[in-house]
Ligand binder design. Structure first.
Ligand code: ADP
Length: 396
């Protein structure tokens, strides 16, 4: 029986938009808090509160209109919402789950303290011995990594915004000075970590129910360009030992956090076959979009099932494999360019095209995605299909 019928979603982007069909299946209504009437999820919401996502007063109002609240991004102000939690508002995942992982430095510390493998890292501010804005970097801190290093904004980075691969000390000084000036990531607080010369990037979406069950979706390979996910190959072509290790990481993580809901876990597979956790996201994830068409249960239904105290669904594939390609905005594109290309993509056999209805297109912005189902797992075919999609989309 459904104990929670109305779910509040803080954020009205594509992740909230893609919850719509699962909500319908489960008989759940979505109430969305989002800043603009143009945001993708407004059209699917039963009710909307137009307010910035970090506006805690608006979330208090949202709480009066739903039975539980979830988030579609990491821009959560835990401190501001804690009073609501104390008053009994049900957040899923809970604020105590989010608190140790929203800041990338805290998240790295949490993962390391949980015994999970992570890249070597330091907090840049602490490593400089002061919290001032001086540009001098202690060479000793850097010496342990060597160049290149990866500089990451501790908060508010996404889709590679706030992540910089730095080649030398001059580039580091330049990037820090520029970031302080532009206030990248809402403030000059950075994490510095070793550059991992990974062989491949992998990801897994995992869910934990309110009853404490954990299930994982098939592990996938993700391919990034300029730190933005471009394609996802399903399932990842990895040895069983690696798959078992990644599933164990997902279980340790979600059980350790006592999380309720879906989490995205991004990993590096190194050339010597070891796995490192790059990042965890306490929400549905781009690497799990293929689940809508390719799995018995989608990541969006799984998330709502967890939030609504329902048993988790079957995450198994319904086909042999799949390819998901993100449709990113590109320069000088007009709406008619996009619509002609969407029609072409729909002609590809077994293609499922999703267009998020964003009114503003910017180069690199995620505007939609396409998932193509495959009858057999064949890496060459997957690569050829991804290239076909991208040659249509980007005129390559
Ligand atoms: P975001 O939160 O913006 O997605 P990520 O930390 O996931 O930032 O980084 C985005 C991408 O940048 C990764 O998918 C990977 O390709 C690259 N990257 C991030 N950290 C490292 C690292 N330590 N070594 C090598 N590449 C990295």
């Amino acid at each position: 029986m459904l104990t929670k019928r109305r779910i509040g979603v803080v954020g009205g982007g594509q992740l909230a938009w893609m919850m719509a069909s699962a909500a319908k299946t489960l008989g759940v209504e979505l109430v969305v808090q989002t800043p603009s009437p143009d945001d993708p999820a407004v059209v699917i919401a039963a009710d909307t509160i137009f307010a910035p996502i970090e506006d805690a007063a608006a979330t208090a109002l949202l709480a009066t209109r739903c039975d539980a609240i979830t988030f579609e991004n990491e821009f959560v102000n835990v401190e501001a919402l804690s009073t609501l939690a104390e008053q009994g508002v049900c957040f899923r995942p809970g604020l105590g789950v989010l608190a140790p992982i929203l800041d990338k430095y805290h998240q790295r510390c949490y993962l390391r303290n949980s015994g999970l493998p992570v890249p070597r890292f330091i907090d840049l501010e602490e490593s400089r011995g002061s919290r001032g804005r001086g540009e001098e970097i202690f060479p000793t801190s850097l010496a342990q990594f060597g160049f290149p290093v990866v500089l990451k904004a501790r908060r508010h980075g996404y889709d590679g915004q706030g992540t910089f691969i730095i080649k030398d000390i001059e580039a580091l000084k330049y990037r820090l000075a520029a970031s302080y000036k532009q206030q990248v990531g809402h403030g000059p607080s950075f994490l510095l970590e070793e550059f991992v010369p990974f062989e491949r990037e992998l990801a897994v979406v995992a869910a934990r129910s309110a009853a404490g069950d954990v299930v994982t979706f098939p592990i996938v390979e993700t391919q990034q360009e300029e730190q933005v996910c471009r394609r996802v190959l399903v399932p990842a072509d990895i040895p069983n030992t690696i798959a078992v290790e990644i599933e164990a990481i997902a279980h340790t993580l979600l059980q350790g956090l006592q999380a309720v809901g879906v989490f995205g876990i991004e990993l590096f597979l190194t050339t010597n076959g070891s796995v490192l956790v790059n990042e965890i996201a306490p929400r549905t994830h781009n690497s799990g979009h293929f689940t809508i068409d390719a799995c018995e249960t989608s990541q969006f239904e799984q998330h709502l099932r967890a939030i609504c105290d329902l048993p988790l669904g079957n995450p198994a594939l319904r086909c042999s494999g799949a390819v998901m390609v993100n449709l990113l905005g590109y320069e000088n594109a007009s709406a008619s360019d996009y619509s002609g290309k969407l029609q072409q993509l729909e002609q590809i056999p077994q293609a499922h095209v999703y267009w998020y209805g964003k009114t503003e297109s910017r180069p690199g912005r995620k505007l939609g995605h396409v998932t193509i189902l495959l009858d057999a797992q064949n890496r060459e075919q997957e690569t050829a299909i991804a290239q076909q999609v991208e040659s249509i989309w980007y005129n390559r």
